[in-house]
Write a protein of this length. Structure first.
Length: 234
């Protein structure tokens, strides 16, 4: 496999009165043994949550969970005593480690919430749980791709307990071009707007491209601009 396109409408979908969630990989009751991960990335959910609603307290273990808010505000609470309000431009990472319980809710009673949540497998199981949030909005305003979560020590990024994973985000103005980082596995996701990827062609909101040893193809934002999320993993 070099570059393979996965169109947004082809994803699994969970829809209830308070949640509209699109799953890039098998998740919950949606099971496909041929679509469980790409490299170390095992969950990639695009969620829209109604005002005042959210996920009640539930548990995780041995997973690095990164949440990126596109619009609205997210309230996080967990059993380690962490509490945060996450907004666009603020990167969040929770390390589940040997076990943690948390809740996630739309912090607004009037406005909807739109976010992408992503999970990668950690280096080592059974470690202490952890939590971190960092503002990266200023770096994003400069254009290009910005490392927002990294196991490789990128400045300004929240730290992942997985040395072979980096999450990059770009808020690209119309016509802006960036090279996709080279890695054994790359997952390129158009969260908002539209773009064109060399060797693939046009991509709309919700489309993803999975690459394996695919080099560093150029991504160019379309006429609407684009907010893109790129995972580079082992």
């Amino acid at each position: 496999m070099a570059l393979v396109v996965h169109r947004g409408p082809e994803r699994f979908r969970t829809r209830v009165d308070w949640l509209d969630s699109w799953h890039s990989f098998s998740f919950g009751p949606h099971r496909d043994p041929t679509n469980t991960h790409h490299g170390l990335l095992v969950v990639h959910n695009d969620d829209r949550i109604a005002p005042g609603a959210g996920f009640p307290t539930h548990g995780h273990r041995d997973m690095e969970i990164v949440t990126w808010v596109l619009d609205g505000t997210l309230e996080h609470r967990d059993s380690a005593g962490n509490h945060g309000i996450i907004e666009p431009g603020l990167a969040q990472r929770m390390s589940a480690g040997r076990g943690i319980r948390h809740s996630e809710a739309n912090a607004s009673r009037t406005a909807p919430l739109h976010l992408v949540q992503m999970w990668v497998v950690p280096d080592t199981p059974g470690v202490d749980p952890g939590y971190e949030q960092r503002w990266v909005g200023d770096a994003l305003a400069g254009g290009g791709l910005v490392a927002v979560a990294s196991g490789q020590g990128h400045d300004g990024a929240v730290a992942l307990r997985q040395r072979d994973a980096v999450c990059w985000v770009g808020r690209l103005e119309p016509g802006t071009s960036v090279p996709i980082p080279g890695a054994p596995f790359v997952h390129v996701y158009v969260a908002l707007g539209d773009a064109t990827l060399a060797g693939v062609g046009p991509l709309a909101t919700g489309d993803a491209v999975r690459g394996a040893d695919a080099g560093t193809p150029t991504l160019t934002a379309g006429t609407a601009g684009a907010e893109v999320i790129v995972w580079a993993t082992g």
